[in-house]
Design a binder for this molecule. Structure first.
Ligand SMILES: [Zn+2]
Length: 277
């Protein structure tokens, strides 16, 4: 499932090619990915220019010249691909929406499982939606003191806390597990039981794994691709996620997988002691 580094990589790959381009056509092949109705979507984007490409958490945000925002949530398997005229790579196998730009270029929303959503919002709706989300973990509002104060108010297991987009955006299961291993915190420790002395390491770890993953252009386990259709390479740097039974790089204990909150969590029993009862 694409998280912040994957969305950021797509934003970086789209900003150059599509900023300033007019959306001249919109073919909706799978209307179930459109939130708010296909005809309203088509009417809303046709003839509009893309003024800016940005990101809010895991969502890609295209700002149009009428200040509407096209918010793309990639769900489990979505891709947002820029294709130039006579692109030599094979055409996408599961296109859901094809937006035609100038010069034969297209912006294709591709989604095999179709849990992703495209939502066209007017400026006030976008503002309300964004205000309901937590701070950007790489932004100035996400500080260690704020994190400590927010954690102190919740008894949720820390892994679940990190996945809650109202607390902090963009962190999904891969990077939550990786950050907790780096910070030596067990995924099931209640947020409020993390000592304030341990919070700076957690804060640092979250930012480090996200930054390193952006540098590697994200993690491709299956479906994720960059805007140009390439795979991300952070998978080789994962320390716990998907490494059940393999040795911890730090202490050589076997990585464990546990399940709670309907999701797998990966941890090193040597580095991440379980919460005391
Ligand atoms: Zn270890």
């Amino acid at each position: 499932m694409p998280e912040l580094p994957e969305a950021e990589t797509i934003v970086q790959g789209l900003a150059g090619p599509v900023t300033g381009q007019e959306i001249q056509g919109a073919r909706i092949l799978k209307a179930d990915v459109i939130q708010g109705g296909a005809s309203a979507f088509r009417n809303g984007v046709l003839g509009r220019s893309i003024r800016q490409v940005s990101r809010r958490g895991k969502n890609i945000v295209l700002t149009l010249d009428d200040a509407h925002r096209l918010v793309v949530n990639l769900g489990m398997s979505g891709r947002l691909l820029h294709r130039s005229h006579q692109d030599p790579s094979p055409p996408p196998t599961h296109p859901a929406v094809i937006m035609e730009l100038g010069h034969g270029e297209t912006l294709v929303y591709h989604d095999v499982r179709r849990f992703g959503r495209l939502h066209l919002m007017d400026a006030p709706t976008y503002g309300d939606w964004s205000a309901g989300l937590g701070p950007e973990p790489l932004g100035p509002r996400f500080t260690a003191p704020r994190l400590a104060a927010d954690l102190a108010r919740s008894v949720s297991p820390i892994r679940s806390w990190l996945l809650d987009q109202r607390r902090v955006v963009g962190v999904g299961n891969i990077y939550a597990n990786e950050a907790l291993h780096r910070a030596r915190i067990h995924p099931q420790v209640p947020a409020s039981r993390i000592p304030s002395s341990a919070v700076p390491a957690l804060h640092r770890s979250i930012r480090k794994v996200l930054r390193d993953a952006i540098r590697a252009r994200g993690t491709t386990l299956r479906d994720y691709r960059t805007a140009q259709g390439d795979q991300g390479s952070y998978g080789t740097q994962l320390r716990v996620y998907g490494r059940e039974g393999e040795p911890c790089h730090r202490c050589r204990e076997s990585i464990q997988r546990i399940v709670f909150g309907n999701r797998s969590a990966f941890l090193c029993p040597g580095c991440q002691p379980p919460p005391e009862e």
